[in-house]
Design a protein around this ligand. Structure first.
Ligand SMILES: CC(C)(COP(=O)(O)OP(=O)(O)OC[C@H]1O[C@@H](n2cnc3c(N)ncnc32)[C@H](O)[C@@H]1OP(=O)(O)O)[C@@H](O)C(=O)NCCC(=O)NCCS
Length: 186
């Protein structure tokens, strides 16, 4: 789960660890909505929030890992990979508000999707998107993901701690499948 990828033009994509608390606090400082490392509520992370978040995304645990997009040691955005089967993982992404619409998410998703197929050997990478999240839906399409299905009341807003009293909304599932060489003809 350890990646360190040069994205060009001074941009680096690397695994975030529990040592990156200060980066997460600084990067989320102007956020008003949820960032990557759910289920933190909307808004900036305190050092305590960031510590808890990075602990639950600790690559050493091998369950879910977050990857930061860094320029000059500033965290501009992050992607999260959640392994959910022998051949599959869910991907999530977030770019800090003042760095949006500069092509960062697209560069990050393209690189991490390729790395997940090629280096981790996973067949399928998939996304869960709120139907109202037009930026994310367009991004998924631009990154070569295919729309699969809409699942009613499948995704949680995390506005309440108790799942029974929380709000649940529909989710759109998009997926990217590894390209395999066609079998040699007899
Ligand atoms: C979704 C998000 C990650 C996009 O990040 P970004 O770095 O701004 O995206 P990019 O600049 O790489 O955009 C790539 C493409 O995505 C689409 N896109 C991105 N933002 C868009 C917007 N606000 N409106 C419409 N399309 C948008 C466009 O097709 C864009 O290509 P274009 O600029 O050539 O038109 C960012 O808006 C974000 O962090 N949102 C909050 C968190 C979130 O919603 N995460 C997804 C949860 S499923």
């Amino acid at each position: 789960m350890i990646a360190d990828i040069d994205l060009g033009q001074g941009l680096r994509l690397r695994t975030l660890t529990t040592q990156d608390v200060d980066l997460v606090v600084e990067a989320t400082g102007t956020e008003t909505a949820p960032a990557l490392w759910g289920p933190h509520p909307a808004g900036p992370y305190t050092p305590q929030d960031a510590r808890l978040a990075l602990n639950s995304w600790d690559p050493a645990a091998g369950r879910q890992t977050s990857y930061g997009m860094l320029k000059d040691d500033r965290l501009l955005g992050a992607l999260g990979l959640m392994i959910d089967g022998p051949d599959t993982a869910e991907l999530a992404y977030w770019v800090r508000p003042e760095s949006r619409r500069q092509g960062l998410a697209l560069r990050g998703i393209n690189a991490l999707t390729r790395w997940t197929h090629d280096e981790l050997g996973l067949e399928r990478v998939w996304l869960e998107i709120d139907p109202a999240n037009t930026p994310s839906l367009r991004l998924a399409d631009r990154a070569g993901y295919q729309y699969e299905q809409r699942i009613p009341h499948h995704c949680r807003t995390w506005t309440r701690p108790d799942p029974e009293h929380d709000t649940w909304h529909d989710c759109m599932i998009w997926a990217h499948t590894a390209l395999r060489e066609p079998p040699a003809r007899g």
